[in-house]
Design a protein around this ligand. Sequence first.
Ligand code: ADP
Ligand code: ZN
Length: 295
Amino acid sequence: MEKLYGGMEGGGTKFVCAVGTGPDEIIDQTRFATTSPEETLEQAIAFFKKHDIQAIGLAPFGPLDLNPASPTYGHISATPKPGWSNADILGPFRRQFNLPLAFDLDVNAAAFGEYHWLPENRSLDSLVYFTIGTGIGAGILINGQVVHGLTHPEAGHMRLPHDRQKDPFPGSCPFHADCFEGLANGPAIGQRWGQPADTLPPDHPAWDLEANYIALAVANVIYTLSPQRIVLGGGVMEQLQLFPLIRRKVHEILNDYIVSPTVTGSMQAYIVPPGLGKRSGILGAMALAKNSIRS
Ligand code: ADP
Ligand code: ZN
């Protein structure tokens, strides 16, 4: 029988837990609301206890302490989410399970999932996964591994040119106002246009402006990391009309400076929606679990 892995994707509004061998075989799955850390983690632990699993991948929202040498390794760091600052995520699992436990940021798990489970990505050695939803984050994968570095990348907070004449919206980020996240997350779209992002029609000018910001961020990532593929996921990217707009704008911004057939062509296979759809995060958490046994 194939080995079973557990995955936990911990979001600010809901947690998803799954057990299976991979994308084709999820034998059990559950989701529940994010309440207090104690109650939420207890529910996750109770779910995994029902199964004979080999390893668990934990992929909560951040920011996280990913440094194994730190006394607060496995904790969430300072977060605006009430009750969750300094919450110990890994500790309760360590106390309950004598199993390999992988711990990484939700968006890092999503990047790793897209790489690990998909043959078209597995042949690459670099990939960037952006999630554009309530927040904006990026998982950066280089040589088959997600980048941690100092803490972990926070590419969602990069600065972008902001033409206040064209877009007077001051930005929604509590730390930087008009960083990428502040200009382009779901709440920013809602506040700028006075109605929730998911209610704006596909031909609304909101999407051209949104594509501008995303294209600027994507171009910055192309210049700095030279990734072989860029995956764009999260609730906002359910507006599929954004993809051709972003590809065209990235092409204009690069202005033929990067000489590679991958970006001088249509970019259809370069800037793509998640191959795992909405399951990148949870399947990525399972991939981290699987990988923790091998490494
Ligand atoms: P989260 O980031 O909370 O994990 P999502 O990635 O679904 O979850 O992001 C939610 C945000 O994305 C909300 O701010 C919402 O406005 C926006 N969003 C969700 N669905 C859509 C949609 N179909 N079109 C545009 N925006 C959407
Ligand atoms: Zn910011």
